[in-house]
Design a protein around this ligand. Structure first.
Ligand SMILES: *Cc1c(COP(=O)(O)O)cnc(C)c1O
Length: 363
């Protein structure tokens, strides 16, 4: 069996957790502070604020920009639901811009079409580990005075023209077990804006700078020292893991290029893609899924239903037609690309795809 994701927890992670357990300091403490410092350094950001998940990172970042009822925020419908739900949590209204059909990331021209006098922010999602067209997005944001909250939950370590994610405002990360690095559950926001970072620290901890003095309506979105201890060890491994993901992706692309009915993932010029997912577009997805299943090879469909077609958005009256997002949801298939795969397994995956595509062509 080859699984679609395989989180790695080694002896060092286990020892780090035991050390925290022995220390008696379990909640947010010195390990969280250390993890924030190291993560900021690693990303190349001035500040990093640790929180309880990628979802709460997005929520806190929007609140820190003072977004709420009456405001609109533009994002993509071709993502995990949290990319849009974080907008609803604040009382603001999500508006969906369609994606670029080659890179599956938000299309800057489509963002422009969604701008109204109420628009306050854009949430570009660096989907599958591929940076969005941030230069074009930043230009639109500057022209309309909009905040940028990057959803980097799948893109730890990705860069664009040498610039780290978050360079355009704030970037939100998730440490859920299937992501490129994990703390079990957890999240982080990076930014170069000191005031924004201070506000996010306030909001994650009940609006409290001085004990029991509550300056703002805040939340308990804290990370624990147990999680931070795991994250600190994972940070020493992430560069090697991302390099392995890129090499595995290159191997699969070498094998699958030119196979009829298979479109391999494209990397944006100037981008460092960190291949959270290796996602192909298939003319005959059902047949390929059957072939992979028969051979015990895991796969994923990210995402089978665009957000605007989910029940909660349908119930809110969303009637958007987003042709590229809808088409992608019917064609995409993510193949295993995680660091633990062997070359033999990568060939097994490619062979299974090629064999089923050939068989499908014969019937
Ligand atoms: C995982 C993910 C999130 C949410 O992160 P959690 O830590 O699970 O809350 C948000 N956006 C995207 C694109 C994700 O992949």
């Amino acid at each position: 069996m080859i699984s679609i994701a395989k989180p790695f927890i080694g002896e060092e992670e286990k020892a780090a957790v035991l050390e925290v357990l022995g220390s008696g300091q379990l909640a947010q403490g010195k390990r969280v502070r250390e993890f924030e410092e190291r993560f900021a350094e690693w990303v190349g950001a001035r500040y990093a604020v640790a929180v309880s998940s990628g979802t709460t990172a997005l929520h806190v970042a929007l609140l820190a920009y003072d977004i709420g009822a009456g405001d609109e925020v533009i994002t993509t419908s071709f993502s995990f639901i949290a990319s849009a739900n974080c907008i609803l949590y604040t009382g603001a209204t999500p508006r969906f811009a369609d994606i670029d059909p080659v890179y599956y990331t938000i299309d800057p021209a489509a963002i422009e079409e969604q701008i109204t006098p109420h628009t306050r922010a854009i949430i570009p999602v660096h989907l599958f580990g591929q940076p969005c067209d941030m230069e074009a997005i930043a230009e639109i944001a500057a022209r309309h005075n909009l905040a940028i909250v990057e959803d980097a939950c799948q893109a730890h370590g990705a860069t664009l023209h040498g610039k780290p994610l978050g360079a355009w405002g704030a970037a939100c990360y998730s440490f859920y077990p299937t992501k490129n690095m994990t703390t079990g559950e957890g999240g982080m926001i990076t930014t170069n804006d000191a005031e924004l970072a201070a506000r996010m620290r306030l909001l994650r901890e009940h609006g409290m700078r001085t004990r029991y003095v509550h300056e703002a309506l805040g939340y308990n979105f804290r990370m624990t020292d147990l999680q931070a201890a795991i994250g600190l060890v994972q940070l020493t491994r992430i560069d090697a893991w991302n390099e392995q993901r890129r090499q595995h992706a290159a191997h699969l692309t070498r094998r699958l290029t030119g196979i009829p009915g298979v479109a391999t993932p494209q990397v944006r010029p100037g981008a460092t893609h960190v291949f959270h997912q290796y996602t192909v577009a298939l003319a005959q997805r059902d047949q390929v899924i059957a072939g992979l299943t028969e051979q015990g090879i895991g796969y994923g469909i990210y995402y089978p239903t665009p957000i605007h077609q989910q029940q909660i958005y349908q119930a809110r009256g969303y009637t958007d037609v987003l042709p590229a997002s809808e088409a992608a949801s019917h064609k995409v298939l993510s193949l295993p690309v995680h660091p633990a795969l062997t070359e033999t397994e990568l060939d097994q995956i490619a062979d299974a795809v090629i064999a089923t595509v050939r068989e499908a062509a014969l019937v």
